[in-house]
Design a protein around this ligand. Structure first.
Ligand code: XMP
Length: 323
């Protein structure tokens, strides 16, 4: 614990020296990496750190609201939220190709971040010179070992990928840490357990978990199913043993029966994986009784889903996400 407290104090000292009375910007998602980085920065320079949360319309249910509460109210981070749901969903209209979805979301995210930088400059008369990034050691290794496009399986969009044209100087407090060390650091800093133990969530969000076209209606269906599944994992005590858990909405309909009526609705699949590095993963052996509760709750409570499957594929050969 004291090792991590020292780590935090050292970083805070270092950053104060480096930044002086300058300003720093950073994108946050509410995930453990960006939360820990943002809280560290806030402890170092207070409101001269400007955090931006972009709501791309493909976040989990009430996610933007919850992140605002956790980061702004509880951790006092100077955080602004940009609700760009309509803009993202408008651009995603008719798009079904996974890589196109990623490119649209990544590109629009960068535009919005740049616009926010301009807004901070015009509203507050402040120019940010530095960019905070929650890069971890494995990200550093991965970008070194990925040699050219042949190695790229999916173009990952993360809150990290910001344009060189902004010419911001990078601050990466967690460059030497592994994920479990970031969690330790977060705990040592007194950040709430929910933030510290969250599963990773991809930058493109639910857009790559809605196979086929992403619409506001389908986002809502998936958000409801996802909420039930995560709640059930938490209450049954499995959440922390799992590396990542989520629901995927499939682009096909199946026949079912509800009361005396025939239904023709969507199929969804639950995916839970055990992993340490996310490079390989095994499907999690979730007990049948937990699956049974999930299944009956999702099918009864979510209008638009009448069948639930469990993904029993490991990585490789399957990837963790379906797109
Ligand atoms: P895959 O599907 O490649 O996922 O086995 C490995 C890990 O990466 C996450 N992932 C992403 N994260 N932007 C992100 O920030 C992305 O575009 C992206 N695609 C996949 C995935 O959730 C898993 O944790």
């Amino acid at each position: 614990d004291w090792v991590m407290k020292d780590y935090a104090n050292e970083f805070i000292e270092e950053v104060r020296k480096k930044v002086g009375d300058g300003h720093v910007m950073g994108a946050v998602s509410g995930g453990v990496d960006s939360t820990v980085a943002a809280v560290l920065m806030t402890r170092a320079i207070g409101d001269r750190f400007h955090a931006v949360l972009v709501d791309n319309g493909c976040l989990r249910q009430d996610e933007a609201k919850n992140v605002l509460k956790r980061m702004r109210d509880d951790c006092h981070v100077n955080l602004r939220c940009v609700d760009a749901s309509d803009r993202f969903l408008g651009l995603l209209k008719g798009v079904t190709d996974p890589e196109k979805k990623r490119k649209i979301i990544g590109g629009t995210f960068i535009e919005i971040f740049q616009e926010e930088a301009n807004r901070i400059e015009s509203e507050l008369g402040v120019k940010c010179e530095y960019l905070l990034q929650g890069t971890l050691y494995p990200d550093v290794i991965e970008s070194i070992s990925y040699k050219g496009p042949s190695a790229i399986i999916k173009t990952h969009h993360n809150v990290g990928g910001l344009p060189a044209s902004m010419s911001l100087k990078l601050i990466e407090p967690m460059r030497e840490l592994f994920k479990d060390e970031v969690r330790e650091l977060g705990m040592a800093m007194g950040i709430d357990e929910d933030s510290v133990w969250r599963h990773p969530f991809p930058g493109p969000g639910l857009a790559i978990r809605i196979l086929g076209e992403v619409t506001a209606e389908r986002v809502k269906i998936l958000q409801q199913a996802d909420k039930i599944v995560i709640d059930e994992l938490r209450s049954s005590g499995h959440y922390r043993k799992i590396g990542q858990a989520f629901v995927v909405l499939l682009p096909c309909k199946t026949v079912g029966v509800m009361g005396d009526c025939r239904t023709y609705e969507n199929v969804a699949s639950v995916r839970c994986v055990e992993t340490t590095d996310y490079m390989t993963a095994d499907f999690y052996h979730l007990p049948y009784d937990v699956l049974a509760t999930m299944s009956s709750r999702v099918i009864n409570e979510v209008r638009g889903i009448n069948r639930l499957c469990y993904d029993i594929s490991s990585k490789p050969p399957a990837t963790i996400e379906w797109e």
